[in-house]
Design a protein around this ligand. Structure first.
Ligand code: NDP
Ligand code: GDP
Length: 333
């Protein structure tokens, strides 16, 4: 039986990856930073809360990482923990640099100090492409990050490459394009939209305020993407991979799909709020997943319409549940 150690285990990807690995027969352990309220709603949503060994520690605290990795004795470490919201990274650039950037180095050092044979996955991001230097981004596209988040991810990305080349660690970076699910945080635009659609349909809300709806993203389903993450650590040699669908959609078009799913017209509800525009925007992201297809045999399975439909349905259930006052606050809403 293999053991995985996941940082960010309570996040969207941590939850889906845990479920995926448990189904593969892994022992799954995870780093759990102390929070004043429980952060385990995603694991509960997937019904796996009791199947994961959670170990108290924090990405910012190197001794705690060394101790937790020693305790977990993993074959594979997946570093998913981050301050992951681009918008917040302008409000908290130093925290973002510490957690999303330096945090990666802490994990790499903890692995080097405990067992350099441990395989390592780093959650890199398409946000590193930022002001895109090529219309379709692949592993060869130069980076140009546009936010403190993107800059911090780039530090972690290069550190991962550097530890692979300097210390011969089996260390991989997955350059993942946006991926969403019913477990996405409410601050991200897809979930903000699907939650609003559910509330508007229930008569609880009458408008949805958004920023730049002309921005273009390559959106996939998180449940598909965790398989690619795992596959990267099952190869003979470590490498970096772009994980994307290869399809681009505007925020406007995504809104249309979400509102249509509930029989509504987005134009009747969406209000453009200039205060929601970002100081520096990533206008367009579109990934080329050809290498992942060729080397990992991976490709995205879920269409945008299926993904957004699944998210609207889940939010409608949550809102219905809240109205009946049965599950208030327990499902990330
Ligand atoms: P989430 O925001 O859902 O999860 C982030 C996780 O990191 C949470 O479990 C959070 O715990 C944890 N965390 C934050 N700070 C610390 C800390 N100091 N110590 C330990 N854990 C901490 O992100 P996703 O699951 O969506 O993303 C996973 C990773 O993939 C992230 O690194 C993200 O930046 C990256 N990524 C995501 C993409 C996407 O579209 N989803 C695209 C590309 C990259 P808590 O909630 O308790 O703070
Ligand atoms: P990101 O790609 O990691 O920044 O993911 P987000 O879901 O936060 O944002 C995707 C795109 O939607 C960005 O270009 C945002 O500027 C745009 N957007 C427009 N309105 C909003 C909004 O109200 N909230 C968020 N989060 N993004 C918005």
């Amino acid at each position: 039986m293999k053991t995985a150690f996941i940082t960010g285990v309570s996040g969207q990807d941590g939850a889906y990856l845990s479920k995926f690995l448990l189904e593969k027969g892994y022992r799954v352990t995870g780093l759990l930073p102390r929070r004043s309220t429980t952060s385990l709603w995603r694991l509960a949503y997937l019904g796996i809360e009791d199947e994961i060994e959670l170990i108290d520690g924090d990405l910012l605290d190197l001794p705690s990482l060394i101790r937790t990795i020693k305790q977990a004795r993993p074959d594979e470490v997946y570093n998913l923990a981050a301050q992951s919201f681009v918008g917040t990274s302008w409000q908290q650039p130093i925290t973002t640099a510490k957690v999303t950037g330096m945090g990666v180095l802490h994990v790499l050092e903890a692995i080097r100090a405990t067992d350099p044979g441990i395989k390592f996955y780093q959650a890199s991001s398409s946000e590193m492409f930022g002001l895109v230097q090529q219309p379709i981004q692949s592993e060869e596209t130069p980076f140009y990050p546009r936010s403190p988040y993107g800059v911090s991810k780039l530090f972690g990305h290069w550190m991962t490459k550097n530890y692979r080349e300097s210390h011969q660690l089996y260390a991989c970076s997955g350059i993942l394009f946006n991926h969403e699910s019913p477990l996405r945080g409410l601050e991200f635009v897809t979930r903000k939209v699907t939650d609003a659609v559910a509330r508007i349909a229930a008569g609880q809300k009458h408008e949805l305020r958004l920023g730049n709806i002309d921005a273009v993203r390559d959106w996939g389903y998180a449940g598909d993407y965790v398989e690619a993450i795992w596959l990267m650590l099952q190869q003979t040699d470590p490498d970096d991979y772009v994980i994307a669908t290869g399809r681009s959609t505007t925020v406007r078009e995504m809104c249309k799909v979400a509102f249509n799913h509930a029989g509504l017209n987005y134009e009747d509800y969406v209000v453009i709020d200039p205060t929601l525009y970002r100081p520096a925007e990533v206008d367009i992201l579109l990934g080329n997943p050809a290498k992942a297809k060729e080397k990992l045999g991976w490709e995205a399975k879920t269409t945008l319409e299926q993904l957004i439909g699944m998210m609207v349905e889940a939010d409608m259930k949550r809102v219905g549940c809240e109205v009946a006052n049965k599950c208030k606050g327990s499902l990330g809403s």
